[in-house]
Design a protein around this ligand. Structure first.
Ligand SMILES: [Zn+2]
Length: 161
């Protein structure tokens, strides 16, 4: 069960719709933000978080891995996508919504780690879904933006009520 965490920005907060800025300098504040994001994910009992969800419009995200460790990613980009899988997806920033969304089954991302090194990471299944979800956030996209236009309109009409 997802818990409410006050710091999390929710739809229709406009920061969620803006593409985040790339990080140029991995400063102490970037490291602190990533640590804070891990804490928020744990508090919320979630699987991942993007920085704009806590009001920071920078390209930073964290993802809980199957080994229970957190992957901290800076300026992530999806380099490869394979296959497709439809599954239920929710979002801390769209409380209460659960949507059936298609996502790539397997992805390879490229990102900077906290030491400033360019890394690649291959993920499949649930982890691949979480990473695609967080990278969508960094590009200003929310779960309902992955619905087809008609479903999206229907969702927004019903969600507002
Ligand atoms: Zn989300």
């Amino acid at each position: 069960m997802k818990k409410t965490v006050e710091i999390i920005r929710t739809f229709p907060n406009s920061i969620l719709k803006v593409k985040t800025k790339k990080v140029r300098d991995i400063s102490e504040s970037v490291i602190k933000t990533l640590d804070e994001m891990v804490k928020v994910v744990k508090m919320a009992d979630a699987a991942g978080l993007a920085a704009n969800q806590i009001g920071i419009s920078r390209s930073l995200a964290v993802c809980l891995l199957e080994n229970n460790e957190f992957l901290k990613i800076i300026n992530p980009v999806i380099k490869e996508m394979d296959g497709e899988e439809v599954n239920e997806e929710g979002c801390l920033s769209v409380p209460g919504a659960v949507l059936e969304l298609p996502r790539a089954k397997r992805i390879i991302i490229e990102y900077l780690n906290t030491d400033g090194n360019m890394k690649t990471f291959e993920a499949s299944g649930f982890t691949a879904r979480v990473l695609q979800h967080e990278i969508d956030h960094l590009n200003g996209l929310l779960i309902f933006d992955r619905l087809n236009p008609q479903e999206r309109i229907k969702f927004l009409r019903e969600y507002k009520q």
